[in-house]
Design a binder for this molecule. Structure first.
Ligand SMILES: Nc1ncnc2c1ncn2[C@@H]1O[C@H](COP(=O)(O)OP(=O)(O)OP(=O)(O)O)[C@@H](O)[C@H]1O
Ligand SMILES: [Mg+2]
Length: 268
């Protein structure tokens, strides 16, 4: 099982769009996929056509300490989406208070990690949608993951944001003894501009093979599909958005071969 966090402390850089649509594209390739919504905004939950406030069991219950009466096993809060092979651990606004509640708890960085490890999930992929901050919810997500995809929208300050993010990862390596494979994905790209070309070359130089070759172009169908509560593959399969996320899934699947130590769940 590969656990991949999708993160960037910057807001609006397609973290959620990537979780939903990469998730759906992996599911289309016969992978069983779980999206964990770690954002109190609950956009992944909404984007899969589910109403966050209707859930009384959410990821919040998994983050409760095991002795709390509200604690639940991750597998007991998972719901199936309308897309075959695609499941979600929903969130809602109640998660917003969790940042404060966890702050003085012992082992606070590890609750999600423990929740995932304990429940022996039958998934090939777990994609974690992080909130736009570097708080305790993001730290829990990064600690639970072996890989992280940092989504970047190309603009002049993109590299600065990445530097900050890498500092956090370095701190985690030192203080929490946790190492992560970092990949970078360019999203919401307007390929026609000179700025795009410049930023692409700068990122390529900086990240080398850790930069996905697939670039997610700006595409209105991606924005529209979320508001209709379905992945773009179902909403507009011929759109560039659908094609780009299928290509990304191919690249992600290609990496399975380089990770023999993380045996996939599938038997076929
Ligand atoms: N490739 C794209 N083309 C056009 N619009 C996009 C694209 N990707 C995402 N969007 C739109 O951009 C907005 C931000 O995307 P999204 O919510 O996925 O970002 P996010 O990083 O999860 O944001 P937040 O930090 O608030 O969680 C949304 O309205 C989404 O529909
Ligand atoms: Mg989001």
């Amino acid at each position: 099982m590969r656990v991949i966090a999708v993160a960037n402390q910057k807001g609006g850089v397609a973290k959620t769009t990537t979780c939903i649509n990469l998730g759906a594209a992996l599911a289309r390739n016969a992978r069983r996929v779980l999206i964990i919504d770690m954002d109190p905004q609950a956009h992944s939950t909404l984007g899969l056509g589910l109403e966050p406030h209707e859930f009384n069991k959410t990821i919040l219950n998994v983050l409760e300490p095991p002795r709390s009466p509200y604690h639940m096993d991750l597998k007991d809060i998972i719901v199936q989406s309308k897309t075959p092979n695609l499941y979600i651990a929903p969130s809602n606004i109640d998660l917003a208070g969790e940042e404060y509640r966890l702050i003085d708890k012992l082992g606070r960085e590890d609750f999600l990690n423990t929740g995932i490890k304990r429940s022996r999930l039958p998934f090939d992929y777990v994609l974690i949608d992080c909130p736009p901050s570097l708080g305790i919810l993001t730290i829990n997500s990064l600690k639970a993951a072996r890989e992280v995809i940092v989504t970047i929208q190309p603009h002049y300050f993109a590299l600065r944001g990445i530097e900050e993010f890498k500092e956090t990862l370095d701190l985690m390596r030192e203080n929490l003894k946790h190492d992560l494979e970092v990949y970078v994905l360019i999203t919401i790209a307007d390929m026609r501009t000179n700025l795009y070309q410049e930023v692409f070359h700068a990122l390529e130089e900086y990240f080398g093979e850790k930069l996905f070759r697939t670039v997610i172009r700006k595409n209105i169908a991606l924005a529209e599909s979320s508001s209709h509560g379905v992945p773009v593959l179902e909403y507009e399969p011929r759109s560039s958005g659908a094609q780009n996320y299928l290509a990304l899934a191919k690249e992600v699947i290609q990496l399975e071969k380089e990770k023999p130590e993380e045996r996939l769940f599938r038997k076929n």
